[in-house]
Design a protein around this ligand. Sequence first.
Ligand code: NAD
Length: 352
Amino acid sequence: MKAFVYQSQASRVSFGPGALALLAGELDVLGVTKALVLTTPEQVALGQRVADLLGARCAGVFGGAVMHVPIEAAVEARAVATRLGADGCVAVGGGSTLGLAKAIALTSSLPIVAVPTTYAGSEMTPIYGLTDAGVKKTGRDLRVLPRSVVYDPELMLTLPVAMSITSGMNAIAHAAEGLYAHDGNPIMALMAEEAIRALADALPRVQQAPHDIDARSDALYGAWLAGSVLGNVAMGLHHKLCHTLGGSFNLPHAEVHTVVLPHALAYNAAAAPQAMQRIARALGADDAPRAMQALARRLGAPVSLRAIGMPEAGLDRVAELAVQTPYPNPRPLEQEALRALLQRAFDGAEPA
Ligand code: NAD
């Protein structure tokens, strides 16, 4: 076993159908008396439901969360929090809403309570992102790590099946890359393998019966573990490629992850045999990259960049950008090999 450093990040987790009812008590534990409830414009009704549950503990609802946290949204939300005298934030939603809460916490240190409604996992990470003039910058800061997370699988029932699948594959990607992270450790490896197993088992059940609360619970459990991995260890080539593709070509976040993951795993397979073994075991298969793509196909998820709007003419540029400021990765990033990987991902070919 290689040497490691493991630091647990304190986050309280309440999990289970109906857990939303525990939210007010979670605010009390943190001493939050006036929370600003954050949502996307699409989830304002849910935000209002949460506000009703909180009663006097709610300072107001701000429904201005949008993808990738434009700085303008962050500035507006910070001003609203100050104007309403909020002493905490409740983020009800996916990565975009969590991102807005984190933008507020970054400058105010207000505590965040997260109520996740996707499998993206941002609630378990100290990672924030802000987009200024089209450029997204990310960083890590413990002030933005939610202090308490309320996972209520009942809130997942409204997440459309296609989004559930790609969001779940996004979570699997966090766990898969955590298994070969240069700063990985045995605890994260346990969580990562279990995350992949739980999600690979649950997503087909979610697809078959989107209202099966057990399937939704199992998927959310996997997403919690995967988010924890994302928050604790460094991500590699796969996340670099996805950020480059998403950032430069404005492709949908979770779909890009779904398409690229099998190819990124294949690129790293020979350099990370133990990780591949664990991923394959979690998928109940022999070959991790192929089994990952087979899972996506079985779930009816996109398997080509072409299908999600990537222009073929942009592939050269992505390969170029990916080797500049590379993320740590088990196999060195070689521009020519990455260009070939991207072509396969573009065509929806088998991972090689
Ligand atoms: P999202 O938060 O953008 O949500 C997508 C859409 O789905 C929104 O319209 C939202 O309102 C809707 N939605 C969410 N949950 C729903 C539900 N249960 N029912 C019905 N509609 C629902 O999507 P996401 O994939 O969760 O987040 C993506 C963003 O999060 C990206 O910007 C990504 O970079 C970021 N992210 C950050 C981290 C981190 O650690 N900082 C981790 C993962 C993702």
